[in-house]
Every structure is written in structure tokens, then in C-alpha cells.
Design a protein around this ligand. Structure first.
Ligand code: OGA
Ligand code: MN
Length: 300
């Protein structure tokens, strides 16, 4: 990409026309927009940064096409928006995951497998809802993708909440769910949490109807990291949580992202649930993305 020198001598990306920092085009009526005309490896000003955040809040999922960021550049890009969040999940070797880590279907020896290290990504969830301070956004950069499939689905939780009948909105208005890394592991048929992981991430509670801190709109804040509803008997609460999740993730509230190599997708964890799809031959094709997570704020 062309770049122009500023008075401070820094390179900045060429503008995508008439004062706009980039081009943006909706990918579906429900959510998601594609952004072109910006190279995220180049420095950009705060006006551009704010325009990116506005686009995220407006479209919930934004996809920057044709990027080729190193891990360091992805770190720097993410850090323009706030603090990066670490991960409770350990590496194959049992160590802490780095702040820029990989999501893949590769085994310990780098071979494609249909039983990757964690199954959790294949179930509807919002990232790190088992944290007291959950995530604002997740960024995935597609490094290797299968020839077809390997997509990621997103469900709009504003839409899921707004479509509920009034009696259900009234019923859930003041309820709280317990979210837990340990229960998330069993909910998603993943390996059990270790004692160390449980100590690091004890269960937390969040309202199941959350207000988005920027838009002020209400939405359902649930997913497979939930255990039960604090105010209800265990079984009744779990049944209600899954009933709400099924309702919110009906196909007409879902956008499916078909990855292209070079995509950098950033999504708003405050108003979406998402899941990876097993819609490709995972034993044959490689799928590898670089991931960073931006810390958010306490839900209310
Ligand atoms: C994640 C995630 C799904 C996917 O990285 O948080 O859920 O499609 N990924 O890889
Ligand atoms: Mn996720």
C-alpha cells in the first residue's frame, strides 16, 4: 500500500478517498461489514482508530481484507484499542499462552486433526464471560484456511433479546448466571479443567440481560460458559439458559463468516455469541489463525 509522509516523518496509510480512512461495505443485513483500503501494518491516526471502533459498535463484526500482519503487528494493532487479555487455557506443553496465540486444528506435532486441544470453540459462547471483567473484542487473523468451510458463526444477541416475548423479558430481567471455566469444559466435552486453571479462574456471576456500555441497548449475555442461574434451582436455571441460547441462535439471527486468507476479523463480544464450524475435513486440511483478545468492562 502507498503511504505518505506526515510532518512528524511517520508513514501513514493512503486515504481511501475523500477524507475517509477506509471503505466499508455491509456483509449482511444482520451484522458484519468488510473494510478495505487500509493496511493495518502501517501506523494510523486516532481519528482512524475511533472510526474503526465506531464501525465495530455499529456492525458488531468487522473484517479487514488482505492483511498480512506479523504477530507483533497484530499485538500493536490490538493495543491501539486497550489492554490485551491473557488466557487461562494452557499450551500443549502446559505453559501459559502468549498474548498473541494461535487457534488451529493442529495437533502437538503440527498435523491436522479433528480432535484439537479444545472443543470449546465449536459451541456458542462469548469470549471470557467466565472472567469478572470479560472481553470487549476478539481479533482473529487468518493465516492458513481450508479450501472451503472452516467458517465462524456469529449470533446477534441484541436481536435475540429484542425478539423475546414481554413475559420472558420480565422473567429474566433481574436474573444472574454463573459463568465458569470449569463448567464450560464439561459443557463442551473438552478435557477437564486443572486445579491450577480453577484457581486462576473461579466462577463469576453476570446479569443475563446486559446493557451494552456504548449503545445502551439491552441484550442476552449467555453461552456455553454458563453454569446455572443464581436465583433459580440448578436444573430449572440451566434449562432456561439453553432455551434462551437456542432461541437467540436461530438461523435468521446468525451471520456465517467464510474466511479468506489475510482476513483480520474483529468482533464485539459484548453483544454476540460465536462458534467455529467443523464444516471441513479437519483431518486433511490445516486451519490456523492468530488471536488477540481485548479486555472489556464489568457487565451491568
Ligand atoms: C475464538 C473462537 C472460533 C473459530 O477464537 O474465540 O471462538 O472459528 N474461534 O476459530
Ligand atoms: Mn471464542
Amino acid at each position: 500500500m502507498e503511504s505518505a509522509a506526515t510532518t512528524t516523518g511517520q508513514a501513514r496509510p493512503a486515504r481511501a478517498g475523500r477524507g475517509k480512512p477506509f471503505e466499508i461495505r455491509k456483509l449482511s443485513e444482520l451484522m458484519a461489514a468488510e473494510i478495505t483500503g487500509i493496511d493495518l501494518a502501517q501506523p494510523f491516526d486516532d481519528v482512524t482508530r475511533d472510526a474503526i471502533m465506531d464501525a465495530l459498535v455499529a456492525h458488531h463484526v468487522i473484517c479487514f481484507r488482505d492483511q498480512a500482519l506479523t504477530k507483533e503487528q497484530q499485538y500493536d494493532f490490538t493495543a491501539r484499542f486497550g489492554e490485551l487479555e491473557g488466557h487461562v487455557v494452557r499450551t500443549w506443553e502446559g505453559g501459559k499462552s502468549p498474548l498473541v496465540h494461535t487457534v488451529s486444528n493442529l495437533d502437538k506435532d503440527g498435523r491436522p486433526t479433528d480432535s484439537p486441544y479444545t472443543q470449546g470453540n465449536f459451541f456458542w459462547h462469548t469470549d471470557k464471560s467466565y472472567h469478572e471483567v470479560p472481553s470487549l473484542a476478539t481479533l482473529l487473523h487468518a493465516i492458513e484456511i481450508p479450501p472451503s468451510g472452516g467458517s465462524t458463526q456469529f449470533a446477534n444477541m441484541y436481536a435475540g433479546y429484542e425478539a423475546l416475548p414481554q413475559h420472558m423479558k420480565d422473567r429474566i430481567a433481574n436474573l444472574h448466571a454463573e459463568h465458569s471455566w470449569e463448567v464450560s469444559r464439561t459443557n463442551t466435552f473438552s478435557r477437564t479443567a486443572t486445579e491450577e486453571e480453577k484457581r486462576e479462574r473461579p466462577p463469576v456471576t453476570h446479569p443475563i440481560v446486559r446493557t451494552h456500555p456504548v449503545t445502551g441497548r439491552k441484550l442476552l449475555y449467555i453461552g456455553h460458559h454458563t453454569s446455572h442461574i443464581v436465583e433459580l434451582p440448578y436444573g430449572e436455571g440451566r434449562a432456561l439458559l439453553y432455551q434462551l441460547l437456542d432461541y437467540a441462535t436461530q438461523p435468521h439471527r446468525v451471520y456465517t463468516h467464510q474466511w479468506r486468507k489475510g482476513d483480520l476479523v474483529m468482533w464485539d463480544n459484548r453483544c454476540l455469541v460465536h462458534r467455529g464450524m467443523r464444516d471441513f475435513d479437519m483431518t486433511k486440511h490445516r486451519r490456523l489463525l492468530h488471536r488477540t483478545v481485548l479486555k472489556g468492562s464489568v457487565p451491568y
